[in-house]
Design a protein around this ligand. Sequence first.
Ligand code: SF4
Length: 452
Amino acid sequence: MEQETPPTEGAPQPEPATSQLEMAATEVGSVFVSNYPPYSQWSEADLERFDAALQATPAADAPPLGMYLHIPFCRKRCRFCYFRVYTDKNADEVQTYCDALAREVEAYAQLPFTQGRPLRFIYFGGGTPSYIAAKHLAELVHRIRDAFPWTDVEEVTFECEPGTLTRPKLENIRELGITRLSLGVEHFNDHILQLNGRAHISTEIDRVIPWVQEIDFAQFNLDLISGMIGETWETWRDTVEKTIDTDPDSVTIYQLELPYNTGISKEFMEGTLDVPLADWQQKREWQLFAIERLEEAGYHVSSAYTMVKGEGSFRYRDSLWHGADMLGTGVSSFGHVGGVHVQNTANWVEYLGAVGEGRLPVQRALQTTETDRLIREFILQMKTGKIQAAYFDKKFDTNVMERFAAPLKALESAGMATLRGDGFDLTMQGLLQVDSLLPGFYDERHRNARYT
Ligand code: SF4
């Protein structure tokens, strides 16, 4: 679960708190902003705009094109999970799904919208992509390569859960052309992993990391979560030190979100959760500790959630945050084509049925306006902690420092941002709670809308 893959994690998305400069209590609720306008504004009515976008010949200056593939299987459901995942599918069902996924990709390859447009980035997310057998994965990749040549692909990310990997499987993954391996470690402590319902244990992490290093992927990302239930300063410090010892190219750290539909949230609301939940302030302190330790170890901040060594590019994230087109494939996936947001059905039977009948399995869409796209890129790029006004001047002919003068002034007064003539920087305090700041930049008509 690498949530910096915002628009494409399985549905439903968490419900962010409405605008606030400071949200004190964690308890249950979420602040993560993955897309804009809010999902509640998307509807079946705009599916015809999606169809029209797919039939249009791409403009000469069309943005880069990427693809997301959702692999919705996990060995076990984490207690904090809110994604569309299945833990009960057998090998035949996985095979059926992979076949449908390939057919969906092949259908996109026939449409005018994709003609002459090479894929620039590919993302296998979930769920757990590494759950599927090497044979199924190889078949899937070969069919994608037949539909869309990979000659111009700059990055192929693949999310893995440690307990699903063997050395031969990792070698296969590398040979298939994966450049960025993202390992969902989340924590190194067995008690915390078990308490939070993770499928893997620390010996599996310890076994896998030397393989990942020896096989030498172009990029190795390690995922952590701060504030899982049972977390203490001692366990968090130890996990951060072990992370540094593994020497990944990048470290992604999320603060635990608890939308209302997770196992932990339900237990909390029923009064049966017997472990205290960390509040937002505590989670930010843990996040800050990790950032500072990683900086000492040679990493630098790439976004509110990611620390990188060296250049540390993340093509998928940066493309989406700069308005790329993306084909979202798989059950419940999100995509963006020619200014239209779209989401696939989150229903397994409907998904397989639609693909089987030769239809794209889409469920809802939203035709965005130029203003929507400006705000979307602005708030997503805020997650890097830095906004360059010149980018928006050039792309949207808009001076964002004037357009957003009032909310920016509020951020500055609250110590969340430092304004410059040519843009602004978030302070560390602002960066640590960036998602809670973003609704302040929404268009008036979307500010009080439900998020999902
Ligand atoms: S690994 Fe856990 S959090 Fe991630 S998708 Fe699977 S069940 Fe959900």
